[in-house]
Design a protein around this ligand. Structure first.
Ligand code: MLT
Length: 240
């Protein structure tokens, strides 16, 4: 099975996604937050590129089941009911709801992945379940790191490397691109202390400074979920 990795949405936009399974990763925090939200009964996410688009969509739909969620510079957007902290997505807030979401990088990566045959949501939280889905799909895999404004983010690449490593551990013959090999090596370097890596990376330190350090601990909970949300026809949801 061929596995490639794009370090940012900018790189992803240069890749041929046809017939591939894409895994979108925003370990701190968007894809981790989505997985927590689905664990808490959220019905779906609609990723959009801008705050204006999110507000227009919510106004047009005028649906009490529709919430606005997301961030800019990690802080909740004015007028949104939810930020991008997994702690915002409690059952009493999100059960049965659809969230129109916009974040700085994670939703951008999702939108860039739209042309792929299949798109999965990945994070440290659902690593093993995700790798099972990838093996079942049996297609070429492209791991899409969200990065930070199209720049390299250690946490997403280490998470991507964990996927490569896990798939190889299961005895799968994985044909790695240079970026997938580099990610695997980075994962193996940090594997013993994923939380420590998340706390030490640039965005993890920024979250800590913003008083959001508890989110880093939540995003480090490896395999705390068996859910693998998919992104299809403009929506993120659970297909099984
Ligand atoms: C992103 O999409 O850039 C991140 O999820 C930002 C954040 O931590 O809220």
């Amino acid at each position: 099975m061929q596995v490639d990795l794009a370090f940012s949405p900018y790189e992803l936009e240069k890749k041929d996604l046809q017939d591939k399974t894409v895994v979108v990763i925003d370990a701190l925090r968007a894809t981790s937050t989505m997985i927590v939200a689905f664990e808490n009964g959220c019905s779906a996410f609609i990723p959009v590129a801008t705050v204006e688009e999110a507000k227009k969509l919510a106004a047009w739909r005028n649906d009490p089941q529709l919430l606005l969620g997301g961030e800019r510079r990690a802080l909740p957007v004015e007028g949104f009911q939810l930020g991008n902290s997994p702690r915002d997505y409690r059952p009493e807030k999100v059960k049965g709801k659809v969230v129109v979401m916009t974040t700085t990088n994670g939703t951008r990566a999702l939108l860039a992945a739209g042309k792929a045959k299949e798109v999965f949501i990945g994070a440290f939280l659902n690593l093993s379940a995700l790798c099972r889905r990838l093996r079942e799909a049996g297609r070429e895999v492209l791991i899409a790191c969200s990065g930070e404004k199209d720049l390299f983010c250690l946490e997403d690449v280490v998470c991507g490397g964990a996927i490569v490593s896990l798939m190889e551990k299961d005895g799968l013959a994985v044909l790695k691109s240079d970026s997938a090999l580099a990610a695997k090596i980075l994962y193996e370097y940090f594997a013993e202390d994923i939380y420590g890596m998340l706390a030490a990376c640039e965005w993890g330190q920024y979250l800590e400074r913003m008083g959001l350090g508890k989110d880093v601990r939540i995003c480090a909970q490896i395999d705390s979920s068996k859910l693998v949300p998919i992104y299809r026809e403009g929506k993120v949801y659970l297909d099984r």
